[in-house]
Each structure stands twice: as C-alpha cells, then as structure tokens.
Write a protein that binds this ligand. Structure first.
Ligand code: MN
Length: 251
C-alpha cells in the first residue's frame, strides 16, 4: 500500500496513524507545509522504515512564510524528498501569485544545486506555470505532480517533461479524473490520499485509504488487482531508488 502524498503531521492523532501505518506496512511520503514543521514531522517517521519525510513550503503559505526559505535551505541536505511545494492559481490566492513564483523558483534552484530531489508538487490551476518553472530547472529532480487537475493538453506536456503522477481516491471519483489517469504512463503513477485534507464518510482519508484508488486503477488498466499492486510497487521502488542515492546513504 502506498500513500505518496500525506500530511501525517496534521492528523489530530498522528502517532496513532503512524503506528497503524507500521502495522499495515504502508509506504508513506509524509509531506510538510512549512520548513519549521520539518523536525516534528521527521520525528513521526524516524523509526518507520516505510515513512519518508519531505521538506516543504506549501504555495498557500509561501507568501506568509517566505522568511522560512533560509530554513528550507538549511534543512535540505537532510532529506532527498521535497514537498509539498508548487503553485496555486486559484482566484483567492491571486495576491500572493508573484511571491508564490519567487518562492517556488528559489526552492527548485536550491534543489538543483543540492543535486536534485524527489519533488511532490501542487499545481492547482497552475499546471503550465509549474511546468515552465520545472523546465527552467532541469536539475531540480523528479517531479511528482500530486492530484493533477489540468486538461489533456497540459497532461501531454507534463508527460513530455517526464513528470510522475500521484493519484488518489478523490481524483478517481470523477469521470474527468479517470480519463486523465487513463492517459498517464502506467509506469509513472503512484497512489496518494492528501489526507487529512480529503474526506470520506465524514472522516479524513487515512494513508491506507489510498488502496481505494487501486481498484479503480485496475479497471482503467484492465489488470487484476495483484498485477496492479505489483506495478505500483515497482513504480514507487524505482522512484525511491533514484533519490535515496542522492545523499549517498540509505534513508
Ligand atoms: Mn497536500
């Protein structure tokens, strides 16, 4: 089971969630929304070999927390994983747009200087600007577009730019989401929840709920469950292999 974009630190009972992840052997990319949250979130996964903690600065907080960029650079050598980062072009965030771009570009530049990172990227209403920033920093690392919500043309460009995609149960609820996923390369897809921000049955999605996406992927791919799971495991392994080598030691 794989949840490659989850805000473990934002659950009301994070240690309980971590314990359950260990029992269920869920592979988790635990993203953070601010550099100042790094140490606390890292501690949550520190004794779980399947929890990988990413250093992030969420676009919705980029403006308000831009002074934490120095902290970002300071912590970057500690992890091969970066997220949640990106851009958000929603109308309510228009005021912070120039600053969001500054922050995102600076983060990508830091990642390039550091030798590349695995990047979990938010791109709501901002796919093209995100892809432009990535194209300008080809050494920033491997981009995993989380919850892709663009159109077909944008998807084609993202695929051409060698992006990966993390897809969750919410995205697969809609016909549009399923049609997009059907066009994504099968060997560049992994599952996610974006919990606790996403909800089902009046409760937040938990990391193991990423499994709900797998049965939909089976239908889309025309594969039996066991083969779809195998494909996803191979995908996550090849993604992690690329970046655990970055720092020259196992993480
Ligand atoms: Mn998120």
């Amino acid at each position: 089971m794989i949840d490659f974009h989850c805000h473990l630190d934002l659950y009301p009972n994070p240690w309980q969630v971590v314990e359950e992840c260990q029992i269920r052997k869920v592979i988790v990319l635990s993203v953070t929304t601010t550099p100042s949250a790094w140490h606390g979130t890292f501690a949550l996964g520190a004794s779980s070999p399947n929890i990988y903690t990413a250093l992030g600065l969420h676009p919705e907080l980029a403006c308000q927390r831009r002074f934490e960029l120095d902290l970002f650079d300071q912590y970057l050598p500690l992890t091969p994983y970066v997220g949640e980062i990106g851009l958000d072009g929603s109308p309510e965030l228009q005021g912070s747009w120039p600053m969001q771009q500054d922050v995102f570009r600076r983060i990508l530049a830091s990642c390039a200087v550091a030798g590349g990172r695995l990047l979990s990227i938010h791109s709501r209403r901002a796919i093209i600007p995100v892809l432009d920033c990535l194209a300008a920093q080809p050494d920033a690392g491997t981009a995993v577009l989380h919850w892709f919500s663009g159109n077909n043309q944008e998807l084609t460009r993202a695929i051409e730019q060698r992006c990966w995609f993390s897809v969750g149960p919410m995205m697969l609820c809609s016909k549009k989401g399923r049609a997009l996923v059907a066009k994504m390369p099968q060997d560049r897809i992994i599952t996610e929840t974006d919990g606790p921000f996403t909800r089902v049955d009046n409760r937040p999605l938990l990391p193991w709920d990423a499994d709900r996406a797998v049965s939909v992927l089976c239908e889309i791919w025309g594969l039996p469950l066991v083969e779809a799971r195998e494909q996803l495991l191979q995908n996550v392994q090849s993604l992690l292999d690329r970046h655990t080598k970055v720092l020259g030691h196992a993480t």
